[in-house]
Design a protein around this ligand. Structure first.
Ligand SMILES: [Zn+2]
Length: 297
């Protein structure tokens, strides 16, 4: 096996077990540190069996609208690779001039067409003939880690981006604090799963994109709360749902007794949650890595 980024051939095995007791090696290149399934190009993916990708995330739900967050213009033409059921495109379609999705899961593609009236292409990006059509922004949320031949995909992205176009990618962060610092065994067991071919950090996603000719920077973003992480540390188990995991600590307090004390405590918990997220993001150990680059003007 040869490393896709640095051509190196020395790899260290990180684990030999994926989620659901699947036996496959996950390896790290000793030179550039990229982590992947062993022989990533040989991975066989059944797109109809992928777990539902939760994409309508807190990033999109934050007070700033997606339009402002992603710096979209009224005349922007947008392509989302891995558009799933169309949530994201649906949320921005009225703020831009055109949205197109690429989605390989036929059920998700159909849903996006039937219920959101979106234009969805159901082929791998490399096989789509866009003629001379080009886009202002390409988005990939929790998709790039599934791509077996990332350099080929990025090559195609370059061809279909307009000058001064933007590529915006979000992937899980392999340097997530649960993994890199708390070393949670149960988190690790759930983390590695066969549809994920590459496991990126801030550092390695920048290397991958630089290799493909995109010069940009990555940063990490934390959505799960500090309370979710404390729960992991104490119980070695995830919370019941993503909504719970994102929530601030809350309790019912309906009487007027202890009103001031209640407010003080709530504020304090909110403060530590905010500070915790800031620490993780500053140190690039938050849960998602986002990478953004522009093509030449
Ligand atoms: Zn390498």
């Amino acid at each position: 096996m040869k490393c896709v980024i640095c051509d190196g051939s020395n790899f260290e095995i990180i684990t030999n077990q994926l989620r659901n007791d699947i036996k496959r090696n996950i390896v790290r290149c000793n030179k550039c540190k990229i982590i992947s399934l062993e022989n990533p190009e040989k991975n066989v993916v059944d797109y109809t069996k992928l777990e539902y990708r939760q994409k309508y995330t807190a990033i999109v739900n934050e007070e700033s609208s997606p339009k402002e967050f992603f710096d979209l213009q009224m005349n922007s033409e947008i392509l989302e690779i891995g558009s799933s059921t169309g949530h994201f495109l649906e949320s921005i379609k009225n703020s831009v001039s055109k949205v197109v999705g690429v989605e390989l899961d036929p059920n998700h593609a159909k849903f996006a067409r039937d219920f959101c009236n979106l234009e969805i292409l159901e082929k791998p990006l490399e096989k789509i003939d866009f003629k001379n059509k080009k886009f202002d922004v390409i988005f990939m949320f929790q998709v790039f880690e599934h791509i077996q031949q990332p350099l080929q995909l990025l090559e195609k992205c370059k061809k279909i981006l307009k000058p001064n176009g933007t590529i915006y990618v979000e992937v899980p962060n392999i340097d997530d604090v649960l993994f890199s610092i708390y070393e949670s065994e149960s988190f690790k067991k759930r983390y590695f799963r066969s549809p994920h071919v590459y496991y990126y950090s801030k550092n390695t996603i920048e290397k991958m994109f630089n290799k493909a000719g995109f010069n940009g920077v990555a940063k990490t973003i934390q959505e799960y709360s500090v309370f979710n992480h404390i729960n992991w540390i104490l119980t070695q188990n995830p919370q019941k749902s993503q909504i719970e995991g994102y929530a601030s600590l809350n309790w019912k307090h309906n009487t007027s007794n202890f009103h001031t004390e209640n407010q003080v405590l709530k504020k304090w918990f909110e403060k530590i949650n905010t500070e915790y997220k800031e620490i993780l993001e500053k140190n690039n150990i938050a849960e998602h890595v986002v990478f953004r680059a522009k093509t030449d003007s």
